[in-house]
Structures are given as C-alpha cells and as structure tokens.
Design a binder for this molecule. Structure first.
Ligand SMILES: [Ca+2]
Length: 101
C-alpha cells in the first residue's frame, strides 16, 4: 500500500516499508513546518507529545478525538516506547503520511 517517493539514494538502507522516514531525509522546508506543528501540540514544551496533548490538539481543530484512539496513535508513532512522541518520531510519521497523498 505504501509508496516510496523515489528510490533509495543512500543505497544500503533496505528499508522496512513500515519504518517512518528518517528525519535526515525530510526536506528542511517541511521540517520547519512539522516543528511548528510539534511545538503547537507539545503544550508543556516537554519535547514529547503525550496522549492528552494530542487529544487537546485534535479537539482544538474541531476533530473529536478519544483518548483511546490517541493513545493508539501515540503507540504507533512511539518508536522508543517511552510513552510519548519526540520530534524525530513525529516528523518521520507525519512525513510518511504526507508523501502518501
Ligand atoms: Ca509534552
């Protein structure tokens, strides 16, 4: 289902299609946008996005988001398993979603 934007330039990364995009592969312009969004969502500036922050973010956009759904979303993005999504994880997932459109 997932499409790669274009071939691997680095060659050796036989990348798992489920893996989010590495932050190094995201264009700086996009990264700036993601960082703005990240800072908006990370209300306590902890450097990580938690379930409650995601619920709040969606609600403030007028989207009805349940804590259960947001928790699953967090778990899906949380590669390090520490219960919140840091910017690397956030940007990687966001970019993977964005380039699929
Ligand atoms: Ca936070």
């Amino acid at each position: 289902m997932r499409k790669r934007p274009h071939g691997n330039k680095s060659g050796d990364s036989a990348s798992d299609p489920l893996k989010p995009i590495a932050i190094e592969d995201i264009p700086p312009h996009d990264l700036t946008e993601y960082l703005d969004l990240f800072k908006t969502i990370d209300r306590d500036s902890s450097g990580g996005i938690e379930t409650v922050e995601l619920v709040y973010a969606f609600n403030s956009m007028g989207v009805d988001a349940s804590p259960g759904d947001m928790h699953r979303l967090i778990q899906g993005m949380d590669e390090s398993g520490d219960g919140n999504v840091d910017f690397r994880e956030f940007a990687g997932c966001l970019h993977a979603v964005t380039i699929e459109r």
